[in-house]
Design a protein around this ligand. Structure first.
Ligand code: ZN
Length: 345
């Protein structure tokens, strides 16, 4: 058989999934200090956690990320809490791309934290969701499609509206609990943030929105309700209102991603705390913190946007189809950094 004929024969005989099953992607869209974390599952579901500020910039950047990832719709939109940097662009975004299912921690009648924006933005939310949204409770899952040849994928709610998953394992107390130094009670909507664990095979990612210090503590004490985490999106854009060291030292992330803006979040004290967290190998930032001193930001190749005037570059994470490794890239043309997924506990 001539070589060309042999190649054609082998190609024709190859199974339909010659390329193997797809992996999973996470895109941190640059919404300049807001939240917009886009997950694309192996089956092609688009899950957007938060959607930035109410300006054309953020809606356009999110739309671009969706189209770039091959999405024709956002299957699931989660709003972690009702602050303007987490659902502001919804009205515009819903006009650009269909959004199918809506999740939140519950819709209050009013928001004392933000009486100026809340009435308008919640009206836009109710209009876009046609009054149909679901308040997630700890223990709830977001129903995801499963790809036939792929490992299972799951998004699980660990906290909502100041409630956390129930304790487990009688007497299983976290020895790190004694290191907790409580902060004054946070009565804002940040403390009500939804928290989600995404699990794909053995890979585990934690996004707690803008959850604050004392509720983070409840998540891992007396018993640890979270377990080991591969990638942690720092709470509250990397500000010191969250990122309790008891949480960090319990979940021991290998990689953290800070969804900060050039002048918002990524507090030097949090960067230092992350660097001292056992097992942490890399900190990625959506932006350089232009207010920080030298050495208080990650190295340049781990930062998607170096300057205040920027092109809105994302941080992109790709989990391998077998979930045993993943790569993270700061900026669409940045250097790929590869990490091994933690073994199952
Ligand atoms: Zn925020």
């Amino acid at each position: 058989m001539a070589l060309r004929t042999l190649v054609l024969f082998l190609l024709a005989a190859a199974p339909v999934h010659a390329e193997g099953p797809p992996g999973l992607q996470i895109h941190w869209v640059d919404v300049e200090g807001g939240g917009a974390t886009l997950i694309v599952t192996p089956a092609g579901d688009g899950v957007l956690i938060d959607c930035g500020y109410p300006n054309p910039r953020d809606a356009e950047r999110i739309y671009k990320a969706c189209v770039g990832a091959g999405l024709k719709q956002i299957d699931h939109l989660v709003v972690t809490h009702w602050h303007v940097d987490h659902y502001g662009s919804l009205g515009r975004l819903a006009k650009m791309i269909p959004i199918v299912n809506f999740y939140n921690h519950g819709i209050p009648d009013e928001l004392p934290d933000d009486p100026k924006n809340f009435p308008t933005l919640i009206a836009e939310y109710k209009l876009a969701s046609q009054g149909k949204s679901r308040a997630l409770k700890p223990g709830d899952d977001i129903p995801l499609r499963q790809a036939p040849d792929s490992l299972p994928v799951r998004i699980h709610c660990v906290c909502s509206n100041r409630q956390v998953l129930p304790e487990w394992g009688a007497g299983m107390s976290n020895p790190l609990a004694k290191e907790h130094k409580a902060k004054p009670e946070d009565t804002t909507d940040d403390s009500r943030s939804l928290g989600l664990v995404l699990q794909f095979g053995h890979f585990r990612f934690l996004d707690l929105g803008d959850l604050t210090w004392n509720i983070e503590y409840k998540l891992v004490t007396p018993s640890d309700k979270i377990g080991p985490i591969d990638v942690f999106q720092t709470s509250y854009h990397g500000a010191d209102f969250g990122n309790n060291p008891v949480l960090l030292s319990t979940i021991k992330p290998k990689v953290s991603v800070i969804n900060n803006g050039p002048r918002k979040g990524c507090d030097p004290v949090v960067v230092a705390r992350l660097r001292h967290t056992p097992g942490l190998e890399a900190i990625f930032q959506v932006h350089r913190n232009v207010k920080s001193e030298a050495g208080e930001n990650a190295d340049a190749e781990f930062i998607a946007n170096a300057d205040e005037k920027c092109q809105g570059e994302p941080v992109i994470l790709r989990v391998a189809p077998d979930s045993k490794s993943y790569t993270v890239t700061a900026g669409s043309n940045g250097k790929q950094h590869e990490y091994a997924t933690k073994p199952p506990r």
